[in-house]
Design a binder for this molecule. Structure first.
Ligand code: ASP
Ligand code: MG
Length: 405
């Protein structure tokens, strides 16, 4: 019998009515002889609310207790989903991450999955039950509850699909699938029929909010097809799989953007070995993740070093490197917190000239200044002023004719 893992995000299970309507659909699918495992997120904005509660007590609540607290959100939605299924005569059973055998590392609030012991899940599936698993959570070796980081239920779902050798993992959300650009920004944006893993990974990492990047990465490693679709509409959705885009070689696939970037510039550091190692070493030690790094060598034996970080980490980054920069003899250090980035993504760009120049031309025509540029084989990212981000997305969508996808 085919086995499908379906994941429902917070917005899809935000109300009792929505949970009931999903239960109806799942019940019908199950009745056709398909084995179904559901992975659910917490209802609506529950997780935000739980986090707020903890911060209303303490400035720095312990990560271990945050995990225990946040894990309750998914326990509620998983139990209610099973109750809704049982109520309409569909055999169902709800599991916490622990009960589902989700073993993780001990890094609270950003744990990684070690292995999933699927024996109990398999036994219940064999008995004909729809298994509902609380997403986002697991257990470490000590027996403490962990979570996979915000948005982590996507990763739970894909990992469970892989462990169960499911035929497909379906991620249900409140949009129709993966678009060529954010349809809130570009009216003509098109919902893609399919996309390959590397492109989707770049899109998720560089601003597409639909899927957790780690879930895409996992799917790619284990070649698990992932369908992203609308939970409350009957639309085909976007299939993320290996063979995608055979016919769209030499074409861009999508434009993504974010507006939460800060650039830190260290001015006039001596140009000698070890400077970058020292600066980025202290940042790494404090867990600050640095994205783009650019170094310009001056003629006077000094260099200016710029790097970008998430805007909410900018002040912390500045604090961390201030002393080190001074020690190294830097002249000045400043931060620009008003930046955003726009990325052009497509595996058709690989080994094909012209994409970068078309991109830069399109931005130049609109007088949009580029601060920094980074690339991968299938992505070009320009860091620009945040106020220009929406316009940049629009002009690039047009320049690469993505409305014809
Ligand atoms: N409920 C968790 C969050 O809001 C996990 C998820 O939704 O995927 O981050
Ligand atoms: Mg989510």
């Amino acid at each position: 019998m085919p086995l499908i893992v379906q994941k429902y995000g917070g917005s899809s299970v935000a109300t009792i009515d929505k949970i009931k309507s999903i239960a109806q659909k799942v019940c019908k699918l199950h009745a056709t002889g398909v084995d179904v495992v559901l992975v659910v997120s917490a209802m609506g904005k529950t997780t935000d609310g739980l986090i707020e509660l903890a911060y209303s007590i303490a400035a720095r609540p312990a990560a271990r207790e945050m995990d225990m607290l946040c894990a309750t959100g998914e326990l509620v939605s998983a139990s209610l989903m099973a109750v809704a299924l049982q109520d309409i005569g569909c055999p169902a059973i709800a599991f916490s991450g622990v009960q589902a055998g989700m073993n993780t590392t001990a890094e609270h609030m950003r744990a990684r999955i070690d292995k999933i012991d699927v024996r109990r899940l398999n036994a219940e599936i064999k008995e004909g039950k729809v298994v509902v698993v609380a997403g986002f959570q697991g257990i470490d070796q000590k027996g403490d509850i962990t979570t996979l980081g915000r948005g982590g239920s996507d990763t739970s779902a894909v990992a469970i699909a892989i462990a169960l050798k499911a035929d497909e993992c379906r991620i249900f959300t409140d949009v129709d699938g993966i678009y060529t650009a954010d349809p809130h920004i570009v009216e003509e944006a098109v919902c893609l029929k399919e996309i390959n893993y590397p492109e989707m990974l770049e899109m998720a990492t560089y601003g597409a909010k639909v899927m957790h990047a780690r879930a895409v990465e996992l799917g790619g490693i284990y070649n698990m097809p992932i369908l992203v679709a609308n939970s409350h509409k009957d639309v085909p959705g976007t299939l993320i799989h290996k063979g995608a885009n055979m016919e769209s070689r030499n074409k861009a696939t999508g434009i993504t953007s974010t507006i939460n970037i800060a650039k830190v510039t260290v001015v006039g550091v001596p140009d000698r070995p070890g400077v970058s190692a020292k600066l980025f070493g202290v940042l790494a030690a404090k867990g600050i993740s640095v994205d783009t790094i650019v170094q310009n060598s001056g003629l006077d034996g000094t260099t200016d070093l710029s790097f970008t970080v998430a805007r909410n980490e900018a002040e912390e980054a500045l604090e961390i490197i201030r002393d080190v920069a001074k020690e190294l003899g830097a002249k000045d250090i400043y931060v620009d917190k008003s930046l955003g980035e726009v990325s052009l993504i497509g595996s058709g760009m690989q080994n094909t000239p012209g994409y970068a120049s078309t991109m830069f031309n399109a931005l130049a025509e609109r007088n949009i200044n580029i601060n920094l540029i980074t690339t991968s084989e299938i992505r070009i990212t320009c860091i620009i002023d945040e106020t220009a981000v929406k316009e940049a997305v629009k002009v690039l969508h047009k320049a690469f004719e993505l409305e014809n996808k």
